[in-house]
Design a binder for this molecule. Structure first.
Ligand SMILES: Nc1nc2c(ncn2[C@@H]2O[C@H](COP(=O)(O)OP(=O)(O)OP(=O)(O)O)[C@@H](O)[C@H]2O)c(=O)[nH]1
Length: 352
């Protein structure tokens, strides 16, 4: 699945606002019905019945529609991709979200029952007073059901909806590479040269800088992610929600590019960068590839001892070493897509 599954979740009304809007709409409907009788000789009880039915119908229908829309446009929480499930859980709590949506659904159904029951009763009212009394009863029940049965749920959903709508749009199917490394080692610059455009910055819960997203299209689609400020600190210094934000990231990460700036111009000594590399290796159970950046700053360059493991040396400014890195990403992506779906791989080959 692709994109934020919560993006269509509608704004949630406060319970008092919902009641208010429903009753005001009912007044307008009553006015319209009253006008339709101008100049006719309709008997007063027939008029009264029509007007009160218009009121009850309109108010209940509005409540039913608004509540039903919330349920319908919120994704099925049992079918969320683990990336979004983790983030939604961190932001709102999956259990609380579920029970709130269940309350909303229940009250939508009750609104329908009130409408059906009172429409039937008002149709049988013998005089305008009885019709008005029945409508008052219906309104009383509607308002108290909203306050008692869905008030908390609406207030809660109203609070979390903007955060859920704002979750980043990540393609959870695409082969995904996460960039890691200390600030200023050149992650953004490298992503820009590899993808051909500045990464887009999408909000990411619990980070001030958001998540940076970029795409390589050819020959295989590759999604690149960078979460500035999230992976740099040791595990024990993270708060629970930051841990969940990282857990979410792991659900979409197929490989990590770990960037080391061996020139020290980023402000972090190489030893510290190697320690972070170790931690990232332990944290992610996907392959981690080391990229040494700023290869053009030859005078400052001090090659770290990586015990013979393959490294990619690049200069984003002089555009050297990029071919090898692109080849690596293409190979990984090809493996990813062919392992998952051979037909897809063949299709890709034909396209080229
Ligand atoms: N000489 C040289 N400078 C580079 C190279 N790549 C990046 N830089 C510079 O290094 C600095 C940091 O680069 P960024 O790409 O912003 O680093 P970053 O890792 O994304 O930093 P954060 O966004 O803070 O995480 C900038 O001044 C870049 O111009 C390179 O290949 N050569």
């Amino acid at each position: 699945m692709s994109g934020n599954p919560f993006r269509k979740m509608p704004e949630v009304p406060d319970p008092e606002e919902l009641i208010d809007v429903a009753f005001r709409r009912a007044e307008r409907a009553a006015e319209g019905t009253r006008k339709s009788f101008y100049g006719t000789r309709t008997p007063p009880e027939v008029r009264a019945r029509s007007i009160e039915i218009a009121r009850v119908n309109t108010a209940c229908q509005l409540v039913q529609d608004r509540l039903w829309e919330i349920v319908r446009k919120t994704p099925n929480l049992d079918e969320l991709h683990p990336f979004y499930r983790e983030l939604a859980d961190a932001l709102a709590g999956i259990d609380r979200l579920k029970s709130s949506l269940a309350d909303v659904h229940t009250v939508a159904k009750i609104a329908r029952l009130i409408r059906e029951e009172y429409t039937r009763k008002i149709k049988r009212a013998r005089d305008p007073r009885t019709a008005a009394e029945l409508r008052r009863q219906a309104f009383g029940r509607l308002a108290s059901t909203i306050r008692r049965k869905v008030g908390d749920a609406l207030r809660f959903l109203r609070k979390v909806q903007p955060k859920l709508v704002d979750l980043p749009a990540i393609d959870t199917e695409m082969f995904t590479v996460t960039l890691a490394g200390f600030p200023n080692v050149g992650k953004t610059t490298l992503m820009t040269v590899l993808t051909g455009s500045r990464p887009e910055i999408a909000p990411y819960p619990f980070t001030t800088k958001g998540i940076q997203v970029g795409y390589m299209e050819r020959p295989y689609p590759v999604q690149m992610l960078d979460t500035p400020g999230l992976l740099e600190r040791p595990e024990e210094e993270r708060n629970p929600v930051e841990r969940q934000a990282i857990a979410a990231l792991k659900h979409v990460t197929d490989a990590v590019l770990f960037l080391i700036d061996p020139t020290g111009t980023c402000g972090y000594p190489v030893e510290e960068q190697l320690e972070l590399l170790d931690r990232v290796r332990k944290e992610f159970d996907v392959p981690v590839y080391v990229v040494l950046t700023k290869a053009d700053l030859r005078d400052l360059w001090e090659e770290p001892d990586l015990e013979g493991e393959p490294v990619y040396k690049v200069s984003a400014t002089e555009r050297t070493g990029l071919k090898e890195l692109r080849e690596l990403l293409n190979d990984l992506a090809r493996g990813h897509y062919s392992g998952r779906d051979r037909g897809h791989d063949e299709g890709r080959d034909e396209e080229r």
